[in-house]
Design a protein. Structure first.
Ligand code: NAI
Length: 447
C-alpha cells in the first residue's frame, strides 16, 4: 500500500520505518528541510533503539523516502498520516495549528480519494475539525472528492518505540462510518496476525482513549509519589509497599515506581490538555488536577533534598548528575525532571557536571554553552571533585556502579537517588549518605 506520513518526529519516523519494514511504500513529508536532508544521508534526528538500521535499510531499498514536497506527499499515498506535534498552547490546551495545516495541505493537493489518519494525540473533536477543514478547502477548489478521516492514536513508548509499533498491544481505530474499515485492516494486517488487536469505535471515543490511557498512567505515578512522600513521613519503605501492592493482580507491578516526577513529551502535556478540555466543557477534573499538581511538586523533590542537605548553601558547589533524558533509552529532554534540578541548582549558584548516555547533545542544544554546565563523556568523569551525586534517570549502566570509585571521586560520599536504584542499608554500610524517594529513614535521617 502507498502511505504518506506528515511529520518525521518520534511517532512519524518510527511508524514510517515499521510500515516500510512490512512492505508498504512510505513517503515521509516534513517542513524541516535539514531533517529531511539528514535522513537521506542516514543521519537520524532522534535516538531510538533499533531505528537507525531500519531507516537505513528501507531508504536503500526504496520502501522509505523523505521529502519536503507536500504535493508529492499528497499524491503518493492513498493513506495520509498526520503525525505532527501537538504542543501545549499558552493555556495548556493542545495547539492544533500543525495538524490543521497538514489537513489544509492534503485538501489543497488531493486529486483522488484519500483516507486521512490522525496519528497525533489530539483533543476530542479534532477529527471533526480536520474533516471540516478538508471539506472547506475542497469546496473552495470546487472539487467533490471522497475522503475519510480516521482517528488512530499512537501508544508507542519512547525507548521501545520500534518494538511497540511492530507488536502493538492494541490498534485503536475511530471511524465515522464503515467505509475506511477495510483499508485500515489491510494497512495493519501485518501487525495483526496472531490475534485481533484492532478495536474499532467512533472517532470521539478513539480520541479520548489516547488521553485516558496516558492520564491513567500518569495517575499511577503521581499516586505512588504521594505514597512515597507519606512513607517518608511515616517511616515506611515505599519499595516494600510497592512490592506489596503490585502483587495484587488488580493493581499489578507496572507503572508504580516512585521517583522524581514524570516528564517527556506526552504525560505532562496530555494531562494538561485533558484538564483544559474538561474545563472548556464546564467540568472540573479533580483527579487530573491533583495528578498534575503532585507531579509538578515532585520535580522539586531532589532540589529540595539537596538544599536541605547543604543547609541552603549551594553556592559554589559542584553537583554531579547521572541521567538527563526524561527516561532511559531516549535522548528526549522534553519536561525532564533533570531540567528542574539543573535550573534550581544554577539558581542557587551551584555548578552542574553531568553525564547521560544519549541526551547530552540535546542538553547542549537546549542550554547552550554556559560556565555552570559541564557535560562529560563518562559517568565516572561526572563525579570528579563534585560535592554530591544526583541520579535523575534510571539508565541500566547506573544500576551497579563502582561505589568505592564514587566515594573516591566525590568530595563527600553523598548520593541523591531520584529513581531508587540502590539499597539504603547497603549504601549506609559503605559509608554513604544516601537519599532516596520514599524510603523511610533514608530521607528523614540519612545514614
Ligand atoms: P515531534 O515534535 O518529534 O515531531 C513532529 C514533526 O512534525 C517535526 O519533525 C516537525 O518538523 C513536523 N511538522 C510540523 N509541521 C509540519 C507540517 N505542516 N508538515 C509536515 N511536517 C510537519 O513530535 P512527536 O513526538 O513525534 O509527536 C507527534 C504527535 O504524536 C504528538 O501529537 C504527540 O503527542 C503524539 N505522540 C507522541 C509520542 C511520543 O512518545 N513522542 C507517543 C504517542 C503519541
Amino acid at each position: 500500500m502507498k502511505v504518506t506520513v506528515f511529520g518525521i518526529g518520534y511517532v512519524g519516523l518510527v511508524q514510517a520505518a515499521v510500515l516500510a519494514e512490512v512492505g508498504h511504500q512510505v513517503l515521509c513529508v516534513d517542513v524541516n528541510a535539514d531533517r529531511v536532508e539528514n535522513l537521506k544521508k542516514g543521519i537520524i534526528p532522534i535516538y531510538e533503539p533499533g531505528l537507525t538500521p531500519l531507516v537505513e535499510k528501507h531508504f536503500a531499498s526504496g520502501y522509505l523516502n523523505f521529502t519536503t514536497d507536500a504535493q508529492a506527499g499528497v499524491e503518493h499515498g492513498e493513506v495520509q498520516f498526520i503525525a505532527v506535534g501537538t504542543p501545549p498552547d499558552e493555556d495548556g490546551s493542545a495547539d492544533l495549528q500543525y495538524v490543521l495545516a497538514v489537513a489544509r495541505t492534503i485538501a489543497t493537493y488531493m486529486q483522488a480519494p484519500k483516507v486521512i489518519i490522525d496519528k497525533s494525540t489530539v483533543p476530542v473533536g479534532t477529527a471533526d475539525k480536520v474533516k471540516a477543514t478538508i471539506a472547506s478547502v475542497l469546496a473552495q477548489r470546487e472539487q467533490a472528492i471522497n475522503f475519510d478521516v480516521v482517528s488512530n492514536p499512537e501508544f508507542l513508548k519512547e525507548g521501545a518505540a520500534v518494538n511497540d509499533c511492530m507488536r502493538p498491544d492494541r490498534i485503536i481505530v475511530g471511524t465515522y462510518d464503515d467505509r475506511p474499515k477495510d483499508l485500515m485492516r489491510e494497512l495493519y494486517e501485518p501487525f495483526n496476525r496472531n490475534h485481533d488487536k484492532m478495536i474499532f469505535m467512533d472517532v470521539r471515543s478513539a480520541e479520548l482513549t489516547k488521553y485516558a490511557a496516558n492520564c491513567m498512567l500518569a495517575t499511577k505515578i503521581s499516586f505512588m509519589n504521594e505514597m512515597a512522600n507519606l512513607a517518608e513521613l511515616l517511616g515506611a519503605d515505599i519499595e516494600a509497599v510497592r512490592k506489596g501492592i503490585g502483587s495484587d493482580p488488580r493493581i499489578g507491578y507496572h507503572f508504580i515506581y516512585p521517583g522524581c516526577g514524570y516528564g517527556g513529551s506526552c504525560f505532562p502535556k496530555d494531562v494538561q490538555a485533558l484538564i483544559r478540555s474538561s474545563e472548556q466543557m464546564g467540568y472540573t477534573p479533580r483527579v487530573l488536577q491533583a495528578v498534575e499538581a503532585v507531579n509538578n511538586k515532585q520535580k522539586f523533590k531532589l532540589p529540595e533534598l539537596l538544599k536541605q542537605h547543604f543547609a541552603g548553601d549551594l553556592a559554589g558547589k559542584t553537583i554531579a548528575i547521572w541521567g538527563l533524558s526524561f527516561k532511559p533509552n531516549t535522548d528526549d529532554m522534553r519536561e525532564a525532571s533533570s531540567r528542574v534540578l539543573m535550573e534550581e541548582m544554577w539558581h542557587a549558584g551551584a555548578k552542574v557536571q553531568a553525564y547521560d548516555p544519549e541526551a547530552m547533545e540535546e542538553t547542549q542544544r537546549i542550554y547552550g554553552v554556559r560556565d555552570d554546565l559541564t557535560l562529560v563523556g563518562t559517568k565516572e568523569a561526572a563525579l570528579k571533585g563534585a560535592d554530591a551525586l544526583v541520579i535523575c534517570t534510571e539508565w541500566q549502566q547506573f544500576r551497579a556502579p563502582d561505589f568505592e570509585l564514587i566515594k573516591a571521586q566525590l568530595k563527600q560520599p553523598v548520593i541523591f537517588d531520584g529513581r531508587n536504584l540502590y539499597e539504603p542499608k547497603r549504601l549506609a554500610l559503605r559509608g554513604f549518605t544516601y537519599y532516596a524517594i520514599g524510603r523511610g529513614d533514608s530521607v528523614r535521617n540519612p545514614a
